[in-house]
Design a protein around this ligand. Structure first.
Ligand SMILES: NC(=O)C1=CN([C@@H]2O[C@H](COP(=O)(O)OP(=O)(O)OC[C@H]3O[C@@H](n4cnc5c(N)ncnc54)[C@H](O)[C@@H]3O)[C@@H](O)[C@H]2O)[C@@H](O)CC1
Ligand SMILES: [K+]
Length: 475
């Protein structure tokens, strides 16, 4: 699924509209919106005729969409009340609603909000600045307290369309009906959680001239893209991962990274980390070897802590011209520039350190931050966290891994994730695919095995998930 910025949407809308806006796009939007509301009413109260809908109307075309949809609903016998909550409502939309039998109420006339079966959030769309004025936020809260489900028009009002940030008050929608294309904010946390179920209504926008801002993967695409071995694939076709992770202080990181590489399907895993980890590894994963030798993807950095020869270890691996994953403490020892065949896997704090900015700056605009990480290093970058983003040199489009349940993020998850990515890299896939596939496999597996499981146990379930896909013939 592709997502676009507000600027791109505006360009596409202008191209679709031509020089004069004759309202066609808004009518398409309103028709699609009304159809979703009809379905939602059927599901919730088993009727359309006589159901009650409250329309919250802001000052722009977002309110216009909501009012025109309200008019369509009123013509089907829905009792529609519209209340202007910001600025002056869209004149033609309001006239259409009143002509269809809807009512306009003042805010003071609103009582017993629980009597409404559903509310339409037409407060702000892609023209909205994030946040809501206090009095509007108060009304939105009262609707939530009264358990009135909200259908958001285009976007839940208050969220930032281009970043997914929610810096102030915002609507939390049960369903969001968006028009033409998906916007970035629908897919990135924390706005994603405000969006509810996302429905895309086709209004005839042509995306072909625009490079998408985001490319979001789903589980089916991950299964189809996984580097499944061919019948004749030997261990070298599947790929050898060289794991130099962990330290005497943090041996567990080396163990968990190895679990990731083994269960991600590597043909062979060489463990080149501290001796203190070897007994545990060889007891639990007897297929792992400890001798140096041929490596098709490096995995470095997890659990290193301070390492005297860290800079040299990374430089040697990069100089070997074999691709690799550089994680955690290893990021501190990276050379000034790296090839795009290398994958860096920072979390927000590590990316902030790499960029020399505050962590909040990364969290407020992760898309910009992950791109900046590529600009700064030359490498491919996977930003780990609630939404896992992958940026790479040569394209503006950022890939979004399948999201996972919140408890996946715990000590050691990143170590096994590095191993999963390295297994894909060793199979010959480019770094950005290794990142998306590894992160998505971990997320899909975590969603299917509500634990919370410790990372090494989740890594074992990742192998089960691959096995399930294999059996389903998803390869
Ligand atoms: N342009 C088009 O052709 C189409 C637009 N559509 C709808 O139009 C929407 C965009 O419409 P607009 O550009 O009018 O923008 P909005 O409807 O998002 O509203 C922008 C207005 O709200 C005010 N405003 C913004 N943030 C505010 C805040 N935090 N507090 C108070 N006031 C605030 C602005 O000053 C401006 O007057 C889309 O989201 C979509 O719903 C659809 O009808 C499809 C076609
Ligand atoms: K809205």
């Amino acid at each position: 699924m592709q997502a676009f910025t507000v600027e791109q949407v505006r360009r596409m809308e202008r191209a679709a509209m031509g020089p004069e806006d004759d309202g066609t796009l808004m009518q398409r939007a309103a028709a699609g919106l009304a159809a979703v509301v009809v379905e939602a009413l059927r599901t919730r109260v088993d009727r359309v005729y006589g159901a009650r809908v409250l329309v919250l109307v802001g000052p722009g075309n977002n309110g216009g969409d909501a009012l025109w949809a309200g008019a369509r609903l009123a013509r089907r016998g829905v009792r529609v009340d519209a209340v202007g909550v910001l600025g002056t409502p869209h004149a033609e939309g309001l006239a259409a609603l009143l002509a269809a039998g809807g009512r306009r109420l003042e805010r003071a006339q609103l009582s017993a909000l629980g009597a409404y079966d559903l509310a339409l959030d037409g407060i702000l769309g892609i023209g909205g600045r994030p946040g809501l004025p206090d009095d509007v936020a108060d009304l939105v809260d009262r609707l939530a307290d009264a358990d009135v489900p909200v259908v958001a028009v285009d976007l839940p009002s208050g969220v930032a369309a281009d970043t997914g940030a929610v810096p102030g008050a915002a609507v939390t929608a049960a369903v969001t009906v968006t028009f033409g294309v998906v916007k970035v904010g629908h897919l990135l946390e924390p706005a994603r959680s405000r969006t509810g179920r996302l429905v895309l209504v086709d209004i005839g926008l042509d995306t072909s001239a625009e490079e998408p801002e985001l490319d979001a993967w789903d589980a089916a695409r991950v299964a189809a893209a996984w580097p499944w071995p061919a019948p004749q694939s030997d261990k070298y076709a599947k790929g050898v991962v060289g794991v130099d992770c962990g330290s005497e202080t943090y041996p567990g990181a080396g163990i968990m990274a190895t679990y990731g590489a083994v269960h991600g399907g590597a043909g062979m895993v060489r463990f080149l980390g501290p001796e203190s980890a070897q007994t545990v590894i060889t007891t639990n994963l007897p297929d792992v070897v400890f001798a140096p030798g041929r490596v098709q993807a490096h995995l470095l950095g997890s659990g290193w802590g301070d390492r005297a020869d860290g800079t040299q270890a990374v430089a040697d691996a990069v100089a070997s011209e074999v691709p690799g994953v550089l994680d955690a403490d290893g990021l501190r020892y990276r050379p000034e520039t790296m090839p795009g065949t290398w994958l860096l896997t920072p979390h927000a704090g590590e990316l902030a350190r790499l960029l020399g900015v505050e962590r909040s700056e990364v969290e407020d605009d992760p898309l910009a931050a992950v791109r900046a990480g590529v600009g700064r290093t030359g490498a491919t970058v996977l930003l780990k966290g609630a939404t896992q983003l992958v940026a790479r040199p040569g394209t503006r489009t950022v890939e979004l891994a399948v999201p996972g349940p919140a408890w996946t993020g715990r000590a050691g998850s990143g170590d096994t994730l590095g191993g999963l990515c390295a297994a894909v890299l060793a199979a010959g896939r480019p770094a950005h695919e290794a990142a998306v596939l590894g992160a998505s496999l971990q997320a899909v597996t975590a969603a299917a095995h509500p634990g919370p499981l410790p990372p090494h146990a989740l890594a074992e379930r990742c192998a089960d998930q691959l096995g399930a896909w294999w059996q389903e013939g998803r390869r």
